[in-house]
Design a binder for this molecule. Sequence first.
Ligand code: SF4
Ligand code: SF4
Length: 465
Amino acid sequence: MIRPTSNAPEAQEQILSTMNRDGSRRRIRPKVSKGRYYRPRFLTAWGLILSFVLIPIIKLNGKPLMLLDIAKREFTFFGATFLPTDTFLLMLLLFSIFVGIFLVTAIWGRVWCGWACPQTVYMEFIYRPLEVFIEGGRNQQIKTDKTGISGRRLLKHIVFFVVSAFLANTFLAYFVGWSRLLDWMTSSPTAHPIAFGVMIGTTVLMFGDFGWFREQTCILACPYGRFQSVLLDRQSLIVGYDEERGEPRQPWRKKEDRTGGDCIDCGLCVSTCPTGIDIREGGLQMECIACTQCIDACDVIMDKIGKPRGLVRYTSQAELESGKRTFIRPRLVVYSVMLLVMFGTLAFSLVGKSTADVTILRGLGAPFSVLQTGEVSNQIRIKIANRSGEERSYTFELVDAVGLTLVAPENPLTVSAGDSQMTGAFITTSPNSFIAGEIDISLRITDGVDFDELKPYRLVGPEVR
Ligand code: SF4
Ligand code: SF4
């Protein structure tokens, strides 16, 4: 962090909730509020943490539920594997996810950020509780911030590093698969130095994120957070403060007639906020991740002073201003229709998809060779991706190929479920068969069960006639 010089001018007002007026970082040490929303958030978070860990381990059709194999360019989502040849389907899936996010955000605002984003889930339900357990509550943490490093803080960082290593490994499992990761974990780092380097790098990034960068990820780095002003409208669900009911604020004193609003200016909604903002400043605040902590904090106060709950509540900008909320609006209809069309096309394409993908490629090196017998030989490579849920043996043969001979050392080619294999083959013929140096042929590939496909291919040879 760049520290301001001692004679740097201070800002007239606070610009960011996480920055002091002199430009230095303002550490956020929120006090956890355990109200009516905390329990469902806790259960949701732990359900998600378990899912994050188990998704790469649980298998469907012999493949993990999710595997993003970038090296092989194969992407598996809940039993469906997308290959490089599935660019259209992959694009459709990605667009569907984007439109789905637009729709969910337009209806429920930042519900993803507050309830399901790994940043919030890990921070608030793993790292934060560990921090409180090891270091103490908000006051103790602020005290340690002033005095510098303490034994407890050091211990906390060690524990954070270990947790980060575990989470980094679960994250990597999405890209390399659990079984390969397990191999790496149980063998010496010198056997796989690059993978070990990636694992250490990811651990350090996670440690830095959850131990130091924290809410800055949501406020400064997250692109989704930056797009809130266009994704939400005045009817979208937000966490908001009822200004009409709360103002003017008046501190609470027993046995005193209240003339002000319901807000007693206790500051609990601010001290509990993980991004350090004051929800009472109103409007749609970009830093608000809709975590509901301030709702829980304020409800406790309202209960204590005998006022109805909901001074801070789930609401919408329109409802706060006019008391009315409309659910159906044009953008929801447009998003829903788009989503239906895209999911429909995706489902239709997946259902109608054959159980294998066959690609025929030219062999490496010269396009053809002339054998001692005088015949011309083309080397080809046949790549078969088995999309079915079981091992299959694929046979290939030439169709209507008078004078052509296929020599394939692996015919049939056995491919296990969800896997892909490549084999080489040669097609030989007389040089007189070529017309202008070419012959168009067809190769039939079948698994004898439900896959039977004719693949066109063009042989090349000498220009005899
Ligand atoms: S303002 Fe409330 S809902 Fe928004 S981030 Fe802060 S505590 Fe969470
Ligand atoms: S917690 Fe409620 S009463 Fe206390 S300052 Fe916030 S809005 Fe006002």
